[in-house]
Design a protein around this ligand. Structure first.
Ligand code: ADP
Ligand code: MN
Ligand code: MN
Ligand code: MN
Length: 331
């Protein structure tokens, strides 16, 4: 009987930003993926005297690092009685996604991130600064971008795994990059973002480069790293009024959204560097200084989607898509 390797992946309980954990299970080829356990006292998810937590497979894809039959298995974390662990934010998103199903909401996430080496952005000169922002965004050339090798390998791995990746680009600060996932449903998009993050960490590991999702990895005149969240309901894809109604609804719950959009968001949403202050709310066509941007094409077509520019790079997509569904679908 031939055996395969299943890499079980889960999100831990580390505060303020959860870490990804994974371990390998060798199972018989063709056999269903079983629930599995782990030591929650080593992941900030349990105490030593009651340490067992459960892994429930929810999303499986081909493993780009191993053989053709091997798989990656994203899991929800449950308590031993089978109920969701408090850190299981996917379980909190699930019922909202079901309740909002009639609106057929799509999400497209732009995950920005920063490569770091020895605590300093990868591509910055050692302990000093490169020239000011300007030439790096979508840049080409050795002095303008760093880490393209890793980025290309990551794109290839995402495609091999069948993730809904829709593009990549170099970002405004050297060492900063972005990948886009979607459009997909809330749970699919979030699962794929977590899986794509996992692949990125794994590939960068082999280059001894760290991936930072910090919202403001460099102080000063450097853009932060966000995770712009593009969203549309069926109604928004048919009518401009529905896009405006969604923006208006979001404007009534600013604090609730900000508190779910990632730790340290206040340092990034300063009102400078293509952001709107976290204290205010605004929306506008083509406006990259607004909380919500309506793409110009959607203003011309009178239908489409909107972009919530506020979520931080370190946001949890299960939380962000959940609160957007709650607000624009009233669930
Ligand atoms: P930006 O100009 O803000 O950098 P990107 O091209 O990086 O835009 O990302 C746009 C994102 O919007 C993509 O992830 C794409 O999948 C998503 N998107 C496109 N159309 C829709 C839609 N109707 N609903 C939700 N997301 C969408
Ligand atoms: Mn983008
Ligand atoms: Mn970007
Ligand atoms: Mn964007």
């Amino acid at each position: 009987m031939s055996m395969i390797r299943a890499e079980y992946i889960w999100i831990d309980g580390t505060e303020p930003d959860a870490l990804i954990r994974s371990k390998t299970k060798v199972i018989k080829k063709g056999k269903d993926l079983p629930d599995w356990g782990f030591d929650g006292s080593s992941t900030n998810q349990a105490t030593g005297d009651a340490s067992d937590c459960m892994l429930r497979p929810v999303f499986t894809c081909p493993d780009p690092f191993r053989g053709p039959d091997d798989v990656l298995v994203l899991c929800e974390v449950n308590l031993v009685d089978g109920t969701p662990h408090p850190t299981n934010t996917r379980a909190q998103c699930r019922p909202k996604a079901e309740a909002a199903a009639a609106h057929d909401t799509w999400f497209g996430l732009e995950q920005e991130y920063t490569f770091m080496k020895g605590g300093w952005p990868y591509g910055f000169p050692e302990r000093s600064f490169p020239g000011p922002q300007g030439p790096y965004y979508c840049g080409v050339g050795a002095t303008l971008v760093a880490g393209r090798d890793i980025v290309e390998k990551h794109l290839e791995a995402c495609l091999y795994a069948g993730l809904g990746i829709s593009g990549i680009n170099a970002e405004v600060m050297p060492g900063q990059w972005e990948f886009q996932i979607g459009p997909l449903t809330a749970l699919e998009c979030s699962d794929h973002v977590w899986m794509a993050r996992y692949l990125l960490y794994r590939i960068a590991e082999t280059y001894d480069v760290e991936v930072s999702l910090e919202g403001k990895p460099m102080r000063g005149d450097w853009n932060g790293a966000g995770c712009h969240t593009n969203f549309s309901t069926k109604e928004m894809r048919e009518s401009y009024d529905a896009i405006i109604a969604a923006c208006e609804a979001l404007g009534k719950r600013t604090e609730y959204h900000i508190e779910n959009y990632g730790h340290g968001i206040e340092e990034r949403l300063t009102g400078k560097h293509e952001t709107a202050s976290y204290k205010t709310f605004s929306y506008g066509v083509s406006d990259r200084g607004a909380s919500i941007r309506i793409p110009w094409q959607c203003a011309i077509d009178k239908k489409g989607y909107a972009e919530d520019r506020r979520p931080n790079a370190n946001m949890d997509p299960y939380r962000v898509t959940r609160v957007i569904l709650e607000t624009i679908c009233g669930v």
